[in-house]
Design a protein around this ligand. Structure first.
Ligand SMILES: Cc1cc2nc3c(=O)[nH]c(=O)nc-3n(C[C@H](O)[C@H](O)[C@H](O)COP(=O)(O)OP(=O)(O)OC[C@H]3O[C@@H](n4cnc5c(N)ncnc54)[C@H](O)[C@@H]3O)c2cc1C
Length: 469
């Protein structure tokens, strides 16, 4: 703590200019070589033109950049990977954390300190070396901090809860450029708001998370022909009540692209896929999946015992940047009508549909059981999370996907709870749906925190939490 307090004093001095003389990292202004590379996001639909990009090397760099932006009257946007840009960083100071990638595992306390730009894959590799696992999501390329600030739902969620629930402490730079720590003991109100409230209260420079003893799991995919998708979704609905918390699963409708890099057995084809991860006794996990095998033999069976170090292979999310447009919502049911709508919008109907991927994730378990008062995160009792994705390589494709997503969500409306999960929103929805992500009282407290910690909305590019008037 002493180091943090010393820095708190040091960074309160007047901020000298220019910024590139102050920071150890790199600074790019428009027109300078490297600017276009530095402003790029993983999601290629984001084409942002920041006033300045600061590729920070450490927490001091972040503090200087925040104070410099405030002095210059500019807003601050933060990016680790660009998987979840909420508002493009146009005209803002974009702090890129991608070079702050330290991970320190403490095997004795089952915890790790994770720096702001670290991707989940790096945390997983470091933790697995000690027989431990973090609560990462489907993709190892997503930033651990950005994911956790939004909540964080992954393959161990039903057993161990949200990633945000596993945070022990955040270190952050506040809107006035101070470096502070938020935990259950220090600034506990801020700690509450950072657990699911996004990055609107400050720039997190590192976080301490709990790790769990997970090494081998029973995980993978069963692929069924898309023609029997209705039966698969109905059987999935009936399977869910039989599952213990050790099993986190999802059902996916997927149109694999006809690209040469896609493995031949699935290239250009569509499937209804059951995927999951059983973190417990392998034989018990197998027995649950065997129920599917006895029901109908899958066209492709890729479920089996696996090292949790390979957890990314369960979803095989794209590694390279893609122009993705997504729609997400909490579902109220998997009724027959809901199932028909999922199929109508995702399965090919005489041609490839704009929606290439629709997933319904089964949550609940430890997420639902956690003490809701300990974080701002909402919708804990909802169990079925929808995530639909389309590709928008051109403006015309973007328009087709966006139209399809609007129609898809409208058709599903009677079967949605009205709640949303902020990490799964895209574009305008990620700015306008904030009231559907949190209980009304929690949002009010979050806005009161915003007034206290960022009254001028310096961090306006994060989840759109406006300061309480
Ligand atoms: C392929 C893919 C798979 C995904 N899988 C899952 C999943 O399984 N479960 C799940 O819950 N989510 C998942 N997500 C959503 C993901 O968690 C969010 O998009 C998340 O915001 C990504 O964080 P990032 O840092 O990688 O992205 P970025 O775009 O770099 O950051 C996203 C936002 O987080 C905030 N932020 C990032 N770093 C900081 C910081 N240091 N301080 C303050 N604010 C910060 C900023 O507001 C920023 O706009 C997935 C997304 C994709 C594209």
């Amino acid at each position: 703590m002493d180091t943090v307090r010393e820095l708190e004093v040091e960074t309160q001095e007047a901020c000298p200019e220019p910024l590139d003389g102050l920071v150890k990292g790199r600074v790019y202004a428009p027109g300078e070589p490297g600017y276009h590379e530095a402003r790029r996001a993983w999601n290629l639909t984001i084409d942002q033109y920041p006033a300045l990009v600061v590729v920070a090397r450490d927490a001091d760099d972040v503090a200087y950049a925040v104070r410099w932006a405030a002095d210059a009257g500019l807003k601050v946007a933060v990016q680790a990977t660009g998987h979840g840009v909420v508002t493009p960083a146009d005209d803002a100071v974009l702090i890129v954390t991608s070079e702050m990638t330290g991970v320190e595992v403490d095997p004795a306390t089952h915890t790790a300190w994770v720096e702001a730009g670290t991707k989940w894959g790096q945390v997983l590799a470091a933790a697995q070396a000690h027989g431990l696992a973090p609560l990462l999501g489907s993709s190892p390329d997503v930033g651990a901090v950005g994911y956790t600030l939004g909540g964080g739902l992954g393959w161990l969620s039903r057993k161990y809860g949200l990633s945000a629930d596993s945070v022990r402490a955040f270190e952050l730079v506040t809107a006035d450029g101070r470096r502070i720590r938020a935990s259950a003991d220090e600034h506990p109100d801020l700690f509450w708001g950072l657990r699911g409230g996004g990055g609107s209260l400050g720039v997190v420079t590192r976080m301490q998370i709990a790790l769990y003893p997970v090494t081998t799991v029973y995980g993978g995919n069963l692929l069924y022909p898309i023609e029997i998708a209705r039966d698969v979704l109905m059987y999935y609905r009936d399977w869910l009540p039989t599952l213990p918390d050790e099993m986190t699963s999802s059902v996916v409708l997927m149109n694999f692209p006809p690209f040469p890099q896609v493995p031949e057995p699935v290239r250009g084809k569509s499937f209804a896929i059951v995927r999951g991860c059983y973190a417990g006794d392998i034989a018990e996990g197998q027995a649950l999946v065997d129920a599917w095998r006895h029901w109908r033999a899958p066209a492709i069976d890729m479920f089996g015992p696996m090292s949790f170090a390979d957890a990314a292979t369960i979803s095989s999310d794209p590694e390279d940047p893609v122009p993705g447009v997504s729609m997400g919502a909490w579902m109220a049911d998997l009724a027959d009508d809901t199932i028909d709508t999922l199929i109508r919008f995702t399965a090919p109907q005489g041609g490839p549909p704009p929606v290439v991927f629709t997933e319904v994730r089964h949550i609940g378990g430890a997420v639902a059981r956690a003490d809701a008062a300990r974080s701002v995160y909402g919708n804990r009792s909802s169990e079925l999370l929808l995530d639909a994705i389309g590709m928008a390589p051109t403006r015309e494709a973007a328009s087709a996907v966006e139209h399809a997503m609007v129609a898809f969500e409208a058709s599903l409306a009677p079967h949605l709870t009205g709640g949303v999960y902020m990490n799964f929103l895209h574009g305008e929805a990620s700015r306008s749906r904030i009231a559907d992500a949190y209980p009304a009282k929690s949002l009010q407290w979050l806005r009161a925190l915003k007034r206290e910690w960022d009254p001028d909305n310096l961090f306006s590019h994060a989840f759109a939490v406006l300061p309480e008037p």
